[in-house]
Design a protein around this ligand. Structure first.
Ligand code: NDP
Ligand code: 1BO
Length: 316
């Protein structure tokens, strides 16, 4: 199993299970099946609303002796309405309690966006807090304290562009060790990856299969379908693999972590086997040519007239 090495020599399994949109009654089975299949990395978030079920599954596989806690890598994320310093500890302790864990392996700031505490899901410009009032650096100080308190081993960010990262790097004691961002052949993020790697920040690729089960509000009607790409299909056919497996293998070959979501037992197994799919330099080069700079998660759901956040400021 490929791993990403952290400064203290901890190793994160580069392949993991995504859990966004994994519904009630689905995610418990998905996590149990995945861990039995050999998955050792589960990507979670408070905002996914399913950490209690994930926690139940983790507790049971540990009790059944299938895995020990220290063999697992569990990531969770701080939602945008809990960016105030004192709220970070409340949110992190809630995730730990829901996941039935003593500590997380990695805790991420989910978005570089702050919202009012009483409004977990915004629907109006007035629901935001401008970063001038509650900067990411303030939130980060609480994450640093969480490391000192033993609540999480590593800390990082998600959906941060180079400008937001640089500002954090210039104003932190513990440097961020991870940036979790959208990444797949249609949105390869080569510049951001190179910026992150230069600064010893690992990348986790989200939406590696094109995130086809997003709600309509997150979708465009004419968006391309990554899982039907004819070039990837040809590469997959040549090595008796599925398109999904080639997409996952591609992310692993680029030294990024990758967290495909599935609640379907056969696709959970299929995705795990992607780790065995080897791509040649030529195939990697061919896939490099597919970049369309196309985001599936455009961030438009964050944009409201008069809001302190714009698409440009979010991805900067
Ligand atoms: P993915 O790209 O992982 O796609 C998930 C979709 O692909 C589901 O419909 C799933 O269906 C289907 N699928 C899974 N495996 C296969 C396969 N082998 N062949 C065909 N279809 C397949 O999208 P996500 O958006 O879920 O991204 C992955 C994870 O990344 C998330 O679950 C979450 O953990 C994280 N994420 C983080 C974000 C952030 O802001 N930090 C944003 C978005 C995602 P089925 O379940 O039925 O198999
Ligand atoms: C708004 C989408 C968040 C998924 O991680």
């Amino acid at each position: 199993m490929r791993t990403l090495k952290f400064k203290n020599n901890d190793q994160m399994p580069a392949f993991g299970l995504g859990t966004w949109k994994s519904g009630e009654g689905e995610v418990y089975n998905a996590v149990k099946i995945a861990i039995k299949e050999g998955y050792r990395h589960i990507d979670c978030a408070a905002a996914y609303g399913n950490e209690t079920e994930v926690g139940k599954a983790i507790k049971e596989v540990i009790e059944e002796g299938i895995v020990t806690r220290d063999e697992l890598w569990i990531t969770s994320k701080l939602w945008c309405n809990m960016h105030a310093k004192e709220d970070v500890f409340i949110a992190l302790k809630q995730s730990l309690s829901d996941l039935q864990l003593e500590y997380l392996d990695l805790y991420l700031i989910h978005w570089p966006i702050a919202q009012k505490k009483e409004i977990p899901f915004v629907s109006d410009a007035s629901h935001f807090i401008p970063l001038e009032e509650l900067p990411n650096e303030t939130t980060w100080q609480a994450l640093e304290e969480a490391v000192a308190m033993g609540l999480t081993k590593h800390i990082g960010v998600s959906n941060f562009g180079p400008k937001a990262l640089q500002q954090l790097l210039d104003n932190c004691t513990i440097k961020p060790e991870m940036n979790q961002v959208e990444c797949h052949p249609y949105f390869q993020q080569s510049e951001l990856i190179s910026f992150c790697h230069k600064n010893n920040i690992h990348i986790t690729a989200y939406a590696p299969l094109g995130s086809g089960d997003r709600a309509d509000k997150f979708k465009k009607v004419d968006e391309p379908i990554l899982l039907k790409d004819s070039v990837i299909k040809e590469i997959a056919a040549a090595k008796n693999a599925s398109i999904g497996q080639v997409l996952i293998s591609w992310a692993l070959h680029r030294e990024t972590a990758v967290i495909p979501k599935s609640v379907n037992p056969s696709r959970i197994a299929e995705n795990f086997k992607a780790q065995k799919v080897v791509l040649s330099d030529e195939e990697m080069k061919t896939i490099e040519g597919l970049d369309k700079n196309y985001r599936f998660l455009t961030g438009e759901h964050w944009v409201y007239e008069g809001s302190p956040y714009t698409l440009e400021s979010i991805w900067a």
